[in-house]
Design a protein around this ligand. Sequence first.
Ligand code: BG6
Length: 487
Amino acid sequence: MAKVSPDVGPKDPQIVTLFGATGDLARRKLLPGLFHLVSGGFIPGCRIVGLSLDELDAESFRTLARGALDEFSTRKIDEADWAAFADILDYVPLAAGPDALRGAVARAEAVLGSHSQRLHYLSVPPSAALSAVRLLGEADLVQRSRVVMEKPFGTDLTSAVILNTRLHEVFSEDQIFRIDHFLGKEPAQNILAFRFANGLFEPIWNRNFIDHVQIDVPETLGLGKRTGFYEQTGAYRDMVVTHLFQILAFMAMEPPTALEPRAIGEEKNKVFRSMLPIDPEDVVRGQYIGYRSEEGVDPESETETFIALKCLIDNWRWAGVPFYLRTGKRLAEGQRVISIAFREPPKSMFPAGSGVGAQGPDHLTFDLADASKMSLSFYGKRPGPGMRLDKLSLQFAMQETGRIGDVLEAYERLILDAMRGDRTLFTTAEGIERLWEVSIPLLESPPPVRLYQPGSWGPKSIHQLVAPHAWRLPFERAWRDPNPTGA
Ligand code: BG6
């Protein structure tokens, strides 16, 4: 693999302790991501100590890591790079306790030197986060370290406040990195560039010109081996209170005074403070048929595998503009789309039957895939006699820039940022606590789950939720192929 200039990465070597090292996230994203960062030369020296409840030795952990790379890496694996990576992997079963962990980190430090930094990555559910933090304290691994906390951060306001308090008994706030990987997605950062590096759209980015916004993240994915985690979590805690609200904040925030953590955090928190509490009447919870018979699921489970809701931001910019959010498992398509619907013209001089307005309002659409796309749709004249109108669009695809190979996956970007101590794209305790606060009415009185067919777009009542508007997905017109000749 081509080596990159190391000045984008941390200055010092890094020892990563990876809690939940055999879990789904580690296998899908963290191990492949660390492999890319290490083999790409982003980190000047790295060793990784995996931890989990599984009784493995280092060799079987290496085998597991290789399996994960084969299954989930999006890039080709060079065998020399793999051999070097396998060499930096170590493993400690959690049952071995603090002394064994301290010993493994000491061995890594003996190789990398005493100036190396420690990155503790807690890829564990909220219920296991505190015991991992305690173990790190007992193993005396708090110095020279940063700790990355996975979402969801707590399960409600009370547990998030307790988690913050307990966390602060071991780590100081400047050591804590609360991760939300949607903020590490290249197109999420591009929302900031698009809004604030250009003068064109910001003047119309408000209630006078925007009718409503949709943040729609349907997934075709089922739950696989994650039912244990998901039964306790559900779609709202897994996706909405985390990823979808964070994206909403990038969409809705005022221009920050600088592109730095405090300024961005302040503006995002203002959005969260302006959010009205979620009204259960504005929420559709769904569960796909068949979920209750999956292994590890309560046969009477009320956990939602789907959620759609309306959310309001009661400030001068957004008062009265509904933000519709939707996400769920085993739906018809996998998409990550933000769609901004502009107001329609107040009067139309076009004759009846001309087609104006027939295909919905003009939209600005962001696709949050790594190979991101954007589109601006508008009505234009169909060539030929008379005045017939068609929906047309201007589209941009990142692939056309020829720089798609430079994209870091979200986790890679954020791991690198945490190693560098840059918290610009991380969430804040205040923001998270406020999001749990607006969630209270919903968490206290959730509407009953409605069943939906796998492969559908969710329960039927989603249409009432957005009426008189309509869900933007499925798209009436597909994205244009950015590379139609295959050249
Ligand atoms: C994770 C959720 O945080 O995000 C998963 O726990 C979800 O349930 C995933 O599938 C989606 O992330 P991405 O990057 O694949 O869109």
